[in-house]
Write a protein of this length. Structure first.
Length: 137
């Protein structure tokens, strides 16, 4: 089980980020407090899943606080990404995911990890129906 977060797994392509945030037709989103999750199927990515993490300067004025929250989110994703990556590998698809921290307060790491698990499970649930329809045809 490879639980590292490599550079290729970080979303840095402006074109893809633009598609996600300009209300693209295929971009989907939902919220699992304190995270807002936006995801998009993108075949041009380097890895199975690429991640973008955003923490607002409006809520956390000091960079040290924003960086701490980003580290917590990265760690939570890193520990729980394996089932999602396996599903994407089976379907031979690539996914761009943005995690936006929407709370005005810092949360304990254990809380963020639980919420990340819920968010990743929800993404998997939303991806599975397409495969079930293909199997029925």
């Amino acid at each position: 089980m490879n639980t590292t977060l490599k550079k290729a797994e970080r979303l840095d392509r402006k074109k893809v980020i633009g598609k996600m945030f300009t209300g693209g037709v295929s971009a989907r989103s939902f919220a699992v407090f304190p995270l807002r999750v936006i995801y998009l199927m993108e075949p041009e990515l380097k890895s199975q899943a690429s991640v973008l993490i955003s923490v607002s300067k409006r809520y956390f004025k000091h960079a040290v606080d924003r960086n701490r929250v980003k580290r917590q989110i990265r760690e939570a994703y890193r520990l729980n990404k394996e089932p999602l990556l396996e599903l994407l590998a089976k379907r031979n698809e690539k996914l761009a995911i943005a995690f936006i921290y929407v709370s005005e307060e810092q949360m304990p790491t254990a809380f963020i990890v639980k919420r990340m698990q819920i968010a990743l499970e929800r993404i998997q649930e939303r991806l599975k129906p397409v495969k079930d329809e293909e199997a029925a045809v």
